[in-house]
Design a protein around this ligand. Structure first.
Ligand SMILES: [Zn+2]
Ligand SMILES: [Zn+2]
Length: 316
């Protein structure tokens, strides 16, 4: 966490300077204010002030309710379950300006360890084979959420975590589909930690990361007893592969086969959803199976929709 806070405070200093400069400019006759600096301000994100998904422009679009195309900054779901459950009240960590504060939101405490099995291989015939038991190779919080704990006050998640057969055959080098595909409930991808990556919506149709009680790795469990992530917490990033400089390392594979990387772009800058396309990705040369190739990929950012907005390829 410390590293991130340091990075953020550094960026904060820059912004303050920009703001001061801007203020200084407006109170003098000098109006030659560089536009670029204003943009830096817009694309900066802090954990204490994150946008809620489901509120314009960070929409949750539902195809079977008539929203037939994906959109920038949004999550395009195929549908919404009729029997959703979870926390609907995020007011205790909502700021006056309507954003939410990751640091004020309770976490599911605990340190439960699991026997994770996970393997990724290429079969030589153009496929990536991913197998495992869906359990994470890091400790999790205690699930069901402990009655009486801080997190339990908001979310009584009664579900356990259990093993599941993971057996994906994904294209080794995926292709962009003619049209993007909507995102269904259940796993949207698999993290290199061995557990599922879920999209940004809860079954209630709200921003899952902003509402539901997650552990320090950004994960929790659900009615299918599947441990899964909604948020790329710094602990999860560091656990998978510590980021030092430049582009963030690979964090997992989405179910169309494209990779998902942490929140840093080619120059090591912290990305937000504003930097990415309607599916929450972009294309540039990236490290892929040991080689640098020009390939589309997703980024997992701190702001909604966090990981995937739509499938750019064809999901399994
Ligand atoms: Zn969830
Ligand atoms: Zn990238």
């Amino acid at each position: 966490m410390n590293l991130f806070i340091k990075r953020i405070s550094y960026r904060f200093t820059l912004i303050s300077t920009v703001l001061l400069t801007t203020l200084g400019c407006s109170s003098s006759e000098d109006t030659t204010e560089p536009l670029e600096e204003t943009q830096t301000e817009v694309t900066t994100i802090e954990l204490t002030s994150l946008p809620f998904g489901g509120e314009t422009p960070t929409n949750i679009l539902i195809r079977n309710q008539g929203q037939s195309t994906p959109d920038f900054l949004s999550l395009w779901l195929c549908g919404l379950p009729s029997d959703g459950a979870g926390n609907a009240d995020a007011s205790d960590w909502t700021n006056a300006d309507g954003s939410w504060d990751y640091n004020r939101k309770p976490q599911v405490e605990g340190n439960v360890t699991w026997m994770s099995e996970f393997n990724v291989s290429l079969d030589g015939n153009g496929n990536r084979i991913i197998t495992g038991n869906a359990l994470p190779d890091h400790p999790t919080g205690i699930f069901p959420i402990t009655p009486g704990s801080d997190a339990y006050r908001y979310d009584g998640n009664p579900n356990i975590i259990s093993e599941h057969v993971v057996n994906y055959r994904l294209p080794a080098i995926p292709e962009i589909a003619q049209e993007p595909n909507c995102v269904f409930f259940g796993p949207s991808g698999i993290s290199l930690s061995g557990s599922a990556i879920y999209h940004g919506s809860s079954t209630l149709g709200n921003d899952a990361a902003a509402h539901e009680m997650l552990d320090r790795f950004g994960g929790h469990t659900d009615g299918t007893e599947t441990y899964h992530y909604h948020f790329p917490s710094e602990d999860l990033q560091e656990h998978i592969h510590e980021h030092e400089t430049g582009h963030a390392p690979l964090m997992g594979y989405m179910l169309d086969g494209f990779g998902i990387y942490g929140p840093y772009g080619e120059d090591g800058e912290l990305l937000t959803s504003q930097d990415l396309d309607e599916c929450h990705g972009h294309k540039h040369p990236v490290l892929w199976d040991g080689e640098i190739i020009d390939l589309y990929h997703y980024h997992w950012t701190y702001d909604f929709p966090y990981n995937i907005g739509c499938f750019k390829g064809t999901p399994q």
